[in-house]
Design a protein around this ligand. Sequence first.
Ligand code: PMP
Length: 443
Amino acid sequence: ASSDLDTAAFGEQHIAKGIGRLTKHVFDEGKGTFITTDKGVKLLDLTAGIGVVNLGHCHPKVSAAAAAQCSKITHAQVNIGFSSAQIALIKELIPILPHPSLDTIFFWNSGAEAVEAAVKLARAATKKPNIIVMQGSYHGRTNATASMTRSKTIYGEGHGPLMSGVFATAFPYYSQFGGASPDTPTDELVEQALLQLKLTLQQQTSPSDTAAIILEPVLGEGGYVPAPPEFLHDLRKICDENNILLIADEVQCGMGRTGHMWFMEESGVRPDILVFAKGIANGFPLSGIASSKELMDRQKPGSMGGTYAGNAVACAAATATIQAFREEQILDNVAARSKQIFSFLNDLKSSNTKAGNLIEDIRGKGLMVGVQLSNPELERDSSAQSQPQLAPKIVQECVKRNMLLLSTSVFDVLRFIPPLTISEEELSQACSIFKESLEAVAK
Ligand code: PMP
């Protein structure tokens, strides 16, 4: 009987195969930067559950706030009344948002749902149908967001017809331009991307049909590429000139990840709609959008909402998360650990060793760090049929050494996205394991 199987085998038997999985470990406990499996194996977690537990697993203040909320009220349904847990969170959240115009919130559960909410708002507010996304983008796996996701075909393949009215334009990332190298000057990449956007608006979807441009200010699943600030400024200008809304999907790059609470803060560019999720509640399902009141209120009462929208326990966890960011000066640690990892990676790259020579490009901000590998077998032109070869192997070498690390994109990219609370010692342990794993593959 399947109940006799060990836990992982039972999972394989009864959990959908469509969920791809990096390891067969069974996660049983999490504390800070470590996860312990059901077999007692202690794993160094450089994934933070895909950028979610930014304060580490089971942060005591977050867990305590959630536990306290559990005995107060767990489900304060938003279409029936106000929720005091939600109001308390909004009071903490608005002051940390990247622009003062973002003063009205709608909460959802997952990142994809929040992206969909942003699209609904943009369409309803502008009365225009089309959405421009970036090539390489990831916005989720629901029908609308799979249509907007352009990092890999697997998310849409076989699931069509997907939501219509979505057009893709280029993100300023060298791997998307055949022949470009990591040394291509940023202004050239930006110029190429802006030219593509101009053509998109001339050839595919006219400004009068385009409700919004949505981008991840740091391209996430598509390769960990921060948008140059000048690109964000240019996008803002193009949006203003054409009555198009600018949506920033900060689901992965927000909540302190890049060393600011939000990546948009750094450029000073105002998004019309900010999408947040993942790190907001440090592991509890919560997401949402923020915009000006004038914009948000263009949707009719009753058109928004959902059973669990802004669940009370998740809201209490999020309030505690924001308070802990402040009290524990998390951003200071991000700055210090970011320096540490970039200096390690840069030294490794320039070490002229077999392992160092595998590194083609190091990029990112804060503790959202991408390492692109030089893989001569992986051609960069659009006809390339080859798949990333090295990154998945390096990931498995890390797993063998009890460290969790993710790869990403159709190019050979590894991503470091640890809890923002990671200590100097833990990070240097991670760097050693990474180096050993590169060496194992470079042999
Ligand atoms: N947007 C971005 C930028 C993301 O990184 C993700 C998740 N990786 C999503 C949206 C979707 O979030 P969720 O998985 O919570 O639906």
